[in-house]
Design a protein around this ligand. Structure first.
Ligand SMILES: [Zn+2]
Length: 259
């Protein structure tokens, strides 16, 4: 599978997935029709499907227009978002397998940013996962429709994927996220090294995706509620937080909301 990051809107990414024949393609999250169709045409691809991670406008804004422009196009999304993902044709349940553009994937139900959020996991050919607004590079999405506990469960599901899994997220937030991570764990060398790499990529105008599950486990504060240094940083700001990992996570999220 070839993955092409398509910058959309201010800081969103759509991901064009090109199948093994080099011609059939799908797009993960289509916020705008025009740049996606332009890229598809420029590369001479046959766009067969949209894979929508969740119903927010900056992820599905182009669904209707692309569906009109490409009769027969399939739109995959969460069964829980049946009424919220425009032009939906294939409503997927948790762990449900699917095929699109000659690629075999699996839907992972990861609610909390929204109550219907899906990730798309492709196990073959160097595993890859498309995490929408749930797992970012060194961050996680805001809790619009779920609890801290639910977000922890959803993130744990992603963290349980193979270490080498490439992580493609919905927004370019990596630099700011890593600055926040560094505040909480100034002694974590993996965070310092990754921030330096990300700053260099951004200076060159390059995307900072993909990350990997292994890198996220080392650097992402929302996967690191067990870290003694992170816990100490949270306790310094919230002396009454206690030892409960969910409480540590919730305070980490609260701090990030204000960062
Ligand atoms: Zn969102």
């Amino acid at each position: 599978m070839q993955v092409v990051a398509v910058p959309l809107l201010a800081d969103n990414y759509g991901y064009l997935l090109i199948g093994p024949d080099g011609r059939r393609a799908a797009i993960v999250d289509c916020s705008e029709a025009t740049p996606v169709l332009r890229e598809v045409e420029r590369r001479g691809l046959a766009l067969e499907a949209i894979l929508s991670t969740h119903h927010h406008w900056d992820h599905i804004g182009g669904n209707e227009e692309v569906a009109r422009a490409r009769p027969g196009l399939r739109v995959l999304g969460s069964r829980a978002d049946r009424t919220r993902v425009p032009a939906l044709t294939d409503a997927l349940a948790d762990s449900e397998s699917f095929a699109a553009a000659g690629l075999n994937g699996q839907a992972l139900f990861i609610p909390a940013h929204t109550s219907g959020h899906l990730a798309y996991f492709f196990p073959d050919d160097g595993p890859s996962v498309f995490t929408g607004d749930t797992l970012f590079v060194a961050g996680c999405g805001r809790l619009f429709e779920g609890s801290p506990e639910q977000m922890m469960r959803s993130l744990a599901k992603l963290a349980a994927l193979p270490d080498a899994t490439r992580v493609y997220c919905g927004h370019e937030y990596s630099e700011k996220n890593l600055r926040f991570a560094r505040e909480l764990e100034p002694g974590n060398p993996a965070i310092a090294a990754k921030l330096a790499r990300v700053e260099a990529l951004r200076r060159a105008g390059e995307p900072t995706v993909p990350s990997t599950i292994a890198e996220e486990k080392q650097t992402n504060p929302f996967l690191r509620s067990h870290s003694p240094e992170l816990q100490a940083s949270i306790r310094a700001r919230f002396p009454d937080v206690g030892d409960d990992p969910v409480a540590i996570f919730a305070k980490t999220r609260e701090l990030k909301d204000q960062f």
